[in-house]
Design a protein around this ligand. Structure first.
Ligand SMILES: *Cc1c(COP(=O)(O)O)cnc(C)c1O
Length: 389
């Protein structure tokens, strides 16, 4: 009896963590100062420098950063905010939490899953106060065009930049506020964490206060004798980042550019292999589009059973996923806001398959993924045909 060893699992995504991260965490423990200290401040300044902005506010998540963006710009009950449905649910839930109403907007086309400006324009009412755009997969939106749109209709412009850490020259440059995520599956991680950029310095200062209960002085100021007592000047939250996370972030930030370069090279390899082996599968955007290459979305041709393809690839030890089930079709959102047809978003979500992409993949892994997709599609096609016969 012969047994064939299973091939190694190709993961969808995986954080890159090593000795330097371990050392950075150990240093924090040796120092004994655990939250909102010098590392958090250094992390903010280094991130701001990378993105070419004046300053940044480190927070506990991108969701917290989005919430603060809306809060410091006074979005609330009676307001409407234009949002993509093709995003992670937090892009819409923060609007609901603010008391405003999310108004879902379609994407341009399935092969260009960015918010559609013409559709956004058609959904403006006299209550519309803001638009949140999301750099899907790390592919940068045309921000000068969105800035002009926002100015023309007197709207605030916010970025869900959860996929866009390191998308310099685009993310965070022209919006009123931008929210980045350092969740475990993003291009760099602090386990949980986020970064908020706010253009207006006074609103940025307010976001900093709201992050820590609306207090006039932070813990480190008090405990180090720089301030006695404090006042509470705003009704805030606890959205703080701690020193352990900032220490991780500082290490990861140094490596972000290199990782994003690798992700782009792998994406190029995917595009090449796909054009050669699976021309009927569409990879959205094109090679020249500025991107952090956060994920690798592939659109399956009509009639292919995606669930069967995913199951076959899983059997071949290749992880896959989908980004995203549309928010407007989730139970809570249809119950709360009714149904809106968003044909491009729906078509995209029905056929999209996310393939493995992270800096530790090799070129031969990419080839194996494409081969397993080709085999799975062939088998799924055959199965579908034989069922019909
Ligand atoms: C991950 C993600 C978020 C949420 O980020 P957290 O840091 O986990 O709060 C929001 N929007 C998009 C598009 C995301 O991918």
């Amino acid at each position: 009896m012969s047994t064939v060893a299973a091939p190694p699992l190709i993961e969808l995504g995986a954080p890159v963590l090593g000795e330097e991260e371990k050392r950075a965490l150990a240093e924090v423990i040796d120092d004994g100062w655990l939250t909102m200290g010098e590392r958090v401040r250094r992390f903010e300044q280094t991130f701001a420098e990378l993105h070419g902005v004046e300053d940044a506010v480190a927070v506990s998540s991108a969701t917290a950063a989005l919430q603060l963006s809306l809060a410091v710009h006074g979005i609330g009950p009676g307001d409407e905010v234009l949002v993509p449905s093709l995003s992670f649910v937090a892009t819409a839930s923060v609007v609901v939490h603010s008391g405003a109403k999310p108004v879902f907007v379609d994407v341009v086309a399935p092969d260009r899953p960015h918010l559609c400006l013409e559709d956004a324009r058609a959904r403006i009412t006299r209550r519309t106060r803001a638009v949140i755009v999301m750099h899907y997969g790390g592919y940068g939106l045309d921000m000068p065009r969105w800035r002009a749109f926002a100015d023309r209709f007197d709207l605030l412009l916010f970025e869900d930049a959860a996929h866009a850490a390191g998308l310099t020259g685009t993310a965070g440059m022209l919006s009123d506020a931008a929210a980045f995520s350092f969740f475990t599956n993003k291009n760099m991680t602090t386990a949980e964490g986020g970064m908020l950029l706010v253009r207006d310095p006074a609103r940025r200062a307010r976001a900093r206060r709201l992050r820590a209960h609306g207090m006039t002085a932070g813990t480190s100021d008090r405990d180090r004798g720089r301030a006695v007592g404090y006042d509470v000047v705003d009704c805030g939250h606890n959205y703080r980042m701690d020193e352990l996370r900032a220490a991780l972030g500082l290490v990861q930030l140094k490596r972000l550019r290199g990782w994003n370069d690798t992700r782009r090279e792998l994406t190029r390899a995917y595009r090449g292999a796909m054009a050669h082996e699976l021309p009927e599968v569409v990879v959205p955007f094109d090679e020249a589009h500025p991107t952090t290459a956060h994920i690798l979305p592939a659109l399956l041709p009509p009639g292919v059973d995606r669930r069967a393809v995913m199951a076959r690839m899983r059997a071949a030890r290749v992880q896959t996923s989908m980004h995203y089930p549309p928010i407007h079709l989730f139970d809570y959102y249809t119950r709360s806001f009714g149904t809106v047809p968003l044909p491009h978003t729906e078509r995209f979500s029905e056929t999209e398959l996310t393939l493995p992409l992270h800096p530790q993949l090799s070129m031969s892994d990419v080839e194996r993924v494409v081969r397993s997709l080709r085999d799975a599609m062939g088998a799924a096609g055959t199965a579908a045909r034989s069922e019909r016969e």
